[in-house]
Design a protein around this ligand. Structure first.
Ligand code: DUC
Ligand code: ZN
Ligand code: ZN
Length: 480
């Protein structure tokens, strides 16, 4: 099997950094060596097929994005990245594993939904992938099917307290699903927003002629997120289910999570780059020649962007430092402006919800290191190590240690990345715009290795669709 040595780099893990060489044998990390590539007098560098010099660069585990929606049918259209384009973009940005969401729609059997997602992903991915299971119809049949998910390598399911008539579960359904979660160890993932109340507020705004994209965020007020987060926590407490709240954006929701964790509950939360960097005020101010104030549709996602003035962004960064929020995923759910987002021209309720970020998560969070928001080690922890541990991939993913998959990123802290659409910019996602236009990052993804294969190097795509394989997951390593 081909052997590669990454030498002279600074290996960064969630617990520290050190000058070390990394030996890859085939698809696996064989050894982490003291610098100099000599092992008891044996010349390692002279006995490998390839040597990569990482002098002055960070050598980190490949990113694990635990929340993506390739090809998700939503709002009368489907997310514009499929598994091929989305995973290629992920690789460009230093993410080497995604966990996407298979969907059981209303009236459908859980395993039929799962089979559809396997069919869409198999042979298409540039990097490894796994699935969570969305349960869009909690009933006796799906509750029984959920108990068999661990045998399929799926150790988590997602419920929605939002989107009545689409993915929504009521409290009785949530309670029953959480009982299965407690019995099996399956992680309950929750989209925590009070959907029925939001729909009333949204209808009232639309009837009053307030139809611009900005009103999406007004209808989805932070109280709707706090209330639902609290309700999910209480139902989890009652049933003893482990709970992971997705895309947390409101500071009050973080307070709920912190409170539950302090009470000893197995409750976790993720936030997303958009809640760390983008704001409702910017969405309100958005306008372009082409779209007018509909420009704000680029940033319509749920949970919505929050007011910076109210301190939500600040709270999100703080929660990453205090571990009240444990990790950062993207909720990658891209839609083009033309032909997709524009379905909501004149009515914000019809704008498909979602932002494309799978390519930029590692860079955007690295900028948090440069800006003094998080440490270098915490960057690795919240983007790779914790996602792998949270969702039963640890040992293989999210870590640089012997026996782990050789998923490695060589990151240049002296490089630069201009995020955005157009020449000289980074964009590889299948979208006609970037929600991140103009973001500049003081670092650069130089080389990406996925299970031993270099898939991106020096701004060249060396990967291929089908390189990525389905990964079966075990139960969360955070459960006690
Ligand atoms: N939020 C989004 O922004 N898009 C898809 C689904 C979701 O919950
Ligand atoms: Zn969601
Ligand atoms: Zn999502």
């Amino acid at each position: 099997m081909a052997k590669t040595l990454i030498k002279n780099g600074t290996v960064v893990t969630s617990t520290g950094r050190s000058l070390a060489d990394v030996l890859i044998d085939g698809e696996t990390i064989a050894a982490v060596l003291a610098p100099g590539s000599s092992l008891l007098g044996f010349d390692v560098a002279g006995n490998v097929d390839t040597v990569i010099d990482a002098q002055g660069k960070y050598v980190i585990p490949g990113g694990v994005d635990a929340h993506t929606h390739m090809s998700l049918p939503f709002g009368g259209t489907s997310a514009s990245d499929n598994f091929e384009t989305g995973t290629r973009a992920a690789a460009w940005g230093g993410t080497t594993t995604i966990i996407d969401f298979a969907v059981q729609t209303y009236g459908q059997k859980v395993f039929d939904g799962l089979a559809t997602w396997h069919g869409m992903a198999e042979g298409q991915c540039a990097i490894d992938y796994a699935f969570h299971q969305i349960i869009g119809d909690v009933n006796d049949d799906s509750l029984a099917a959920m108990r068999k998910l661990p045998d399929e390598g799926i150790s988590s399911f997602k419920l929605f307290m939002a989107y009545p008539g689409v993915f929504y579960s009521d409290d009785a359904q949530i309670l029953k699903a959480m009982q299965v979660s407690a019995d099996t160890g399956l992680m309950t993932m929750m989209h925590a927003e009070n959907g029925p109340a939001i729909d009333v507020l949204a209808a009232q705004l639309a009837e009053a002629g307030k139809t611009d994209p900005y009103y999406h965020g007004i209808a989805r007020a932070w109280q709707m997120e706090e209330e639902a987060t609290h309700r999910a926590i209480m139902l989890a407490d009652l049933t003893n289910a482990p709970l992971y709240v997705v895309h947390v954006s409101a500071k009050q929701a973080v307070q709920q999570l912190a409170w539950a964790r302090d009470n000893g509950q197995n409750v976790f939360g993720e936030t997303c780059p958009q809640y760390l960097y983008l704001s409702l005020e910017e969405q309100l101010g958005a306008s372009s020649e082409e779209w007018g104030t509909f420009e704000g549709a680029k940033w319509v996602c749920s949970t919505p962007l929050r007011s910076k003035e109210e301190g939500h962004q600040h709270a999100m960064w703080q929660s990453l430092r205090t571990n009240d929020i444990q990790m950062v995923s993207t909720d990658h759910c891209p839609f083009c402006m033309k032909g997709q987002k524009d379905l909501g021209l004149g009515d914000f309720r019809k704008i498909p919800n979602g932002i494309g970020s799978v390519e930029h998560r590692m860079d955007l969070l690295y900028q948090g290191v440069v800006d003094g928001q998080i440490s270098l080690e915490r960057w690795v922890e919240i983007t790779a190590t914790t996602p792998a541990r949270m969702f039963g991939l640890y040992g293989k993913k999210g870590v640089i240690q012997p026996g782990a998959d050789a998923d490695i990123v060589i990151y240049d802290p002296n490089g630069h990345t201009s995020i955005g659409y157009g020449e000289g910019k980074t964009h590889h996602m299948n979208m006609d715009h970037s929600a991140w236009e103009g973001f500049e990052v003081d670092g650069h993804v130089d080389t990406v290795i996925s299970r031993g294969k270099v898939v991106v190097d020096d701004n060249q795509d060396l990967g291929a669709k089908g390189d990525g394989k389905f990964v079966k997951r075990g139960l969360s390593q955070y459960l006690i």
